[in-house]
Design a protein around this ligand. Structure first.
Ligand code: NIG
Ligand code: FE
Length: 409
């Protein structure tokens, strides 16, 4: 099946680098008045309209009112969860902090209780609604974490739901095991027993059933220590799982050094960064990932993304879609907020949300840019003046259509 898209106002994000580093992120290559040829769900060809040679196509679509860019690559989400935490949102408005709510048994443990009480079918149904929602907002590849189960049974349930979503939707999904998201209340005084459960009981079953691509740990004061994080990264590695870590969200306790030294794929959050953390990142290949919607929702600092890019590091942007700190999976808002609050240029923000997001999921050979052979995942915009209008005119929906694996969804 050959599908030709003609007269594209501007084709955006032409690039065959697997990741863009520092000042490279400023460049966003485009072709005005372009065509795009899609064959069997992949990009077969593209170029200027004037270079299009006459041949037969099965289908032709005129895109003369659209800018076309790669679908978003959201490398950090927790979209499999049960219910919501709307009450905690109101509690925060009334003066409690995220930390105070967590200390009262709210937060992650509240979501874990709800998830444990929800059957697998219902959990799948609620999660599929969120996945469909983010696809409509332009997301074509997504990472989804477990971590609201916190028992072997419930963590496996979450990961099976992710597997089913993978099988049933035309979106590329990577699964991450985040059993180390919080210490369940019943392990309060014997946290080592919970770490043993993660390593000796959960990990082997997850690996055996091939339910995860990565392992994650919430390395943070009050959650998991640096030593525990290292232990879990090493255990994951024995089962072939690289790590993607939650670090430096509220405090800088040394998680970044551990991540770089143990070859983590990404370090995510980074709202609180010390100069030595940035220095450490420049020595390794670990990708920093910023989550501006989380900063927005919790009123915590924004990741100093400008400093990271100016230190010649790559940066990826993701949503962190979850019930507690970021009940939003809108990558368009993430891109706009990165420009408005973190001083990224539109080019840097789009690159961070596409090719660098793909790199943070090891998907940049197939996703995240316009290049021959890559998966035909695109956002077709409404009739806007330029791609910079996407973050400028924040909060509006500028997407006319989304194409995933060569089909409009
Ligand atoms: O990425 N920081 C840890 N985990 C999630 C939020 C957890 C929650 O509140 O449910 C995050 O922000
Ligand atoms: Fe998260």
């Amino acid at each position: 099946m050959k599908h030709l898209i003609t007269n594209i106002k501007e084709l955006i994000g032409i690039n065959s680098n697997p990741i863009l580093i520092g000042s490279e992120m400023k460049e966003l290559h485009t072709i005005k008045n372009a065509y795009l040829l899609i064959e069997d769900g992949l990009i077969a060809d593209f170029g200027e309209m004037t270079a299009l040679s006459e041949t037969d196509y099965d289908k032709v679509t005129d895109a003369s009112t659209s800018h076309v860019l790669p679908a978003w690559c959201d490398s950090h989400t927790h979209i499999v969860y049960a219910g919501n935490r709307e009450q905690e949102f109101v509690d925060r408005i009334n003066g409690l902090t995220y930390e105070e709510i967590a200390n009262r048994g709210g937060g992650i443990l509240n979501s874990a209780k709800k998830l444990q009480e929800t059957d697998e079918e219902e959990l799948y149904r609620q999660s599929a609604v969120r996945l469909e929602e983010v696809m409509q907002m332009g997301t074509g590849a997504i990472e989804i974490k477990s971590g609201y189960g916190l028992t072997t049974e419930a963590e496996l349930k979450m990961l099976r739901v992710i597997k089913r979503l993978k099988e049933n939707y035309p979106v590329t999904i990577k699964a991450t095991f985040l059993g180390a998201h919080a210490i369940p209340a019943e392990y309060g005084k014997k946290r080592d027993k919970y770490i043993d459960l993660l390593i000796e009981e959960m990990l082997p079953q997850i690996a055996d059933q091939k339910l995860a691509d990565y392992i994650d740990v919430f390395c943070e004061t009050g959650y998991f220590t640096v030593d525990e994080t290292i232990k879990l990264m090493q255990a994951g590695k024995e089962y072939g799982l690289k790590s993607k870590l939650h670090v430096n969200q509220f405090t800088a306790i040394g998680g970044i050094r551990a991540a770089v030294e143990h070859g983590a794929l990404s370090v995510d959050h980074l709202e609180v960064l010390l100069p030595e953390d940035i220095e450490m990142l420049t020595k390794g290949a670990t990708i920093p990932v910023a989550l501006p919607s989380c900063s927005y929702f919790l009123s915590i600092p924004y990741t100093p993304a400008r400093e990271l890019i100016d230190a010649q590091l790559p940066l990826a942007l993701a949503t962190d879609y979850n019930p507690g700190s970021t009940p939003s999976g809108n990558m368009n808002f993430v891109v706009a907020t990165a420009c408005i609050k973190m001083k990224l240029t539109p080019e840097e923000a789009i690159n961070a949300a596409t090719i660098n997001g793909a790199a943070a999921m090891e998907l940049s050979q197939t996703h995240g840019s316009i290049a021959k052979g890559k998966v035909a995942n695109f956002i077709f915009t409404k009739d806007i003046p330029s791609y910079g209008y996407l973050p400028y005119s924040f909060g509006s929906n500028h997407i006319a259509q989304v194409m995933l694996q060569g089909e409009f969804i």
